[in-house]
Design a protein around this ligand. Structure first.
Ligand SMILES: [Zn+2]
Length: 133
């Protein structure tokens, strides 16, 4: 017993919720990770500013309108084009071929405003028969 009175020094760098353990015990005796410090036991640095650079990029879908400037479009903007791109994606083509064809669709869309039947035929020919699952 080193702490006679059992008093802990109030460390400003230690999480005040778990007391630096990084874990908290609930009423049922279960040990859970401290929600305040996330298990580190350290008080989160509070600079007054939230780090907004860490926002995760999750499945953001491009809903660019036709004709709108899309500097880095990676997916067709029309339903037909997207369907075609999906077929390319699920085909057994090489990744670089898939990428090229998808880009062709996007380019075709930007010049024609939509996917023409001839174009779809042309692309489908390159995709080949779809693998039935
Ligand atoms: Zn904590």
């Amino acid at each position: 017993m080193s702490y006679g009175a059992g008093m802990k020094e109030a460390d400003p760098n230690v999480c005040g919720v778990c007391g630096g353990d990084g874990r908290i015990e609930n009423a049922w005796g279960q040990v859970a990770r401290c929600p305040s410090c996330g298990g580190s036991g350290k008080r989160a640095e509070d600079t007054g500013f939230r780090d907004v650079t860490k926002t995760k990029e999750s499945h953001h879908k491009n809903t660019h309108r036709i004709g709108a400037p899309a500097p880095k479009q990676t997916w067709p903007s029309t339903a037909v084009g997207a369907q075609l791109a999906n077929d390319i994606k699920s085909s057994s083509l090489a990744p670089e071929t898939k990428e090229r064809l998808t880009r062709e669709i996007i380019e075709h869309e930007s010049t024609h405003g939509q996917c023409t039947k001839t174009f779809i035929k042309k692309v489908r020919k390159q995709i080949g028969p779809l693998a039935k699952s």
